[in-house]
Design a protein around this ligand. Structure first.
Ligand code: ZN
Length: 281
């Protein structure tokens, strides 16, 4: 699941390689991932890539500084740049951006769900785009003061993943961040002391920064199908906590798992029952 560090490293690498490249054509094979109709996709043919950026977990690619492509990978998408063109029979392809120099930027999606989407927008359209307008402040590199932001009677695990509260954190990195801050995933935002809010803020910077540094060192183009996420807590249930050696516990939800160290985070309490965690939601 691509979150802020995964989207950021992709934007950095692809951005550096793609600046100034001229667009030959655009295709949306198979299931149409395009969620906008005006301007038409053909409007970027003949334009030049002038920027590749990130907002929360979304990409924004600029063409001639006047057209903007917004891409959301959802849970299983990848944005990859290749030196050669894909076979149109590649069923993972959702968008093929063909460049005059022969390279191809590909939005691919793995797994059974087809949820990744693309919008082509004008500058006004981008400014009015609801997905971006409702995003909270960026979690990295300078998260805002968390105290007023997280002041809600909701568990931190849910609050930190809420893109309207703070943008970029998802199900993987939230476990690393809360472990780093030694905070229970069930603690409510409104119960945070100033000192805890500060610790949480530091943990966000530290964990997302650690991920990015790891990717900077280990990833190059083309972006691999599966990123080597340096996770220490998430999906490590049953393994020893890297800080204290206690066995990492997990709470299983319908479509994800929350992991934590009882000693470091919940005063030794093991909260396995998902019905209990639902009540706390
Ligand atoms: Zn521990």
């Amino acid at each position: 699941m691509p979150e802020l560090p995964e989207v950021e490293i992709t934007a950095r690498l692809i951005g550096a390689a793609l600046m100034g490249a001229e667009v030959e054509s655009v295709l949306t094979p198979g299931i149409n991932a395009l969620r906008s109709f005006d301007p038409p996709l053909t409007a970027i043919e003949g334009t030049t890539v002038t920027g590749v950026g990130r907002r929360g977990k979304l990409f924004v690619i600029d063409f001639d500084d006047r057209l903007h492509m917004l891409i959301h990978l959802m849970s299983a998408g990848r944005l990859q740049l290749f030196d050669t063109r894909a076979s149109l029979r590649d069923r993972t392809s959702r968008l093929l951006l063909r460049l005059v120099d022969g390279r191809e930027l590909r939005l691919r999606e793995f797994g059974t769900k087809q949820a990744a989407w693309v919008k082509l927008l004008t500058a006004d359209g981008l400014a009015a785009e609801e997905t971006l307008a409702t995003l909270g402040p960026e979690a990295y590199p300078d998260p805002p003061l968390l105290r007023p932001l997280l002041d809600a009677p909701r568990p931190l695990h849910a609050l930190l993943r809420d893109q309207r509260v703070i943008a970029g954190i998802g199900r993987s990195w939230v476990d690393e961040i809360l472990h780093g801050a030694k905070l229970s995933p069930f603690k409510r935002g409104s119960e945070l002391s100033d000192e805890e809010a500060e610790r949480l803020c530091d943990a966000i910077v530290e964990q997302l920064g650690r991920a990015l540094a790891h990717y900077e060192e280990h990833i190059e183009l083309p972006i691999p199908d599966k990123l080597p996420m340096p996770l220490r807590i998430h999906r490590r249930n049953g393994e020893p906590c890297p800080r204290c050696g206690t066995e990492i516990e997990a709470v299983f939800y319908e479509d994800y798992v929350m992991c934590y160290c009882p000693t470091c985070q919940t005063d030794g309490k093991v909260l396995k029952d998902r019905r209990l965690s639902r009540l706390l939601k």
